[in-house]
Design a protein. Sequence first.
Length: 431
Amino acid sequence: MAKSKNVGYVACPLGFTTRYRDSYADKEKLADCDDNGRCNRCVKTFYGTDIYELTDKDKWPHNNYCTDDEFPPLTKPSDVQLSGGCARKEKRYSWSEEDWIWIVDPMPLDFWSSDIIPGYNQINIYWQGTRYSYYQLKNQPNLVFYLPDRFELIKPEDDTVPDRSKLKFTTPDGSLDNLKATFSFFAQAVVDGDRIDDAKAQIANQIGEEPEMLIFQADKNFRSQLTLRLPNLEGTASQPQVRETAQIDIESGFKDELDLAFPAFQALWNAIFSDGSDTVLFTGDVETKINDGFYKDQIDFIGRFAPEDMEEYYYSIIDSGTDTTYSKALNATTFAEVFDAPPSGTDGQIETLNLDFGENSANLSPSNLEDEITLQRPISDLILGNEDPDVYRYTLKVMRENACNSCAKTANADWIYINQNDTENCQDKCP
């Protein structure tokens, strides 16, 4: 549901929605009017003082308030002249029929000509069920300004793009517990050209000449503010945050930089590549404030990509100078009876055990039953899900007096225990 901050009634554009408010009951009578004055009806109940408008998904038959028995369709009396606009029936104090009065809107478009926005007339026009505002210069009526439809996260095409997104990681001690992500991103302003063409035609019909349509340029009466829904420190919930440091250009887009603990970044990253139905994380809006906030408009931002784009996006934004690994400490332990076991034929008793993780290894012996290994794990395993970060693959080598046997092993815990059964089952010859 699109939310309107300005107070007052809105004239009914041809074929679109007007609204009626009963300020005593906090109810609105909503009617779709046509040239003949025939109106469909819908009643919505709200609390508080804001005025709301309907979008397509909220229109009849959205809820059970819209019934013919309770609120029959309205028909314009014959003595009410439309003058190319739309008549509306307004409720004043109660819901009795006697308290409805008919008011005629003289314009087919919703024009606001007042001091709400100094120097501009505001024009509200519906496009595909959503109301959009346009701003006509009073001293140059053929100049009309508009805002973008939305802001979208974009993929950098190459390194030369000045506002390309970037991702880097830092961890002061190399551990995952202290890993932090810095995510710089750019969201591009998107404008539906068909919407602008439609508005241009409607305004031209109203003012008698074709207007020049320009995207709104910031001036002394225009301010903008970005709000994003970002994760908490643990990444378990989200909350709206005003981004004071965001750099916003209504015409091109906005850029911002987020410093997040890794659990929070992981939650945000997963949201980017979700279908958007299960989370509001990394959504938000740019709120435009005109005349010190007396009138506000909102431009949505939804940071989403298709799941299949995850790997490509990751490698296109990862900072070439960042450390893309984190350290993981493991402990390998064995028992004295492993070395005390009777010799295996002519191979002799076990003298040492070696756990080879590729980049590092642990060595166990009768005099050293425990050893610690530090592994460097790729952060991409956590982010892209290529490998289970809690599974550790290694080769166990059992070295006897006269032989060496090996076998591939996996562990899924920080402590790895090697017992007699492990050594007996290791039968392959060492390479």
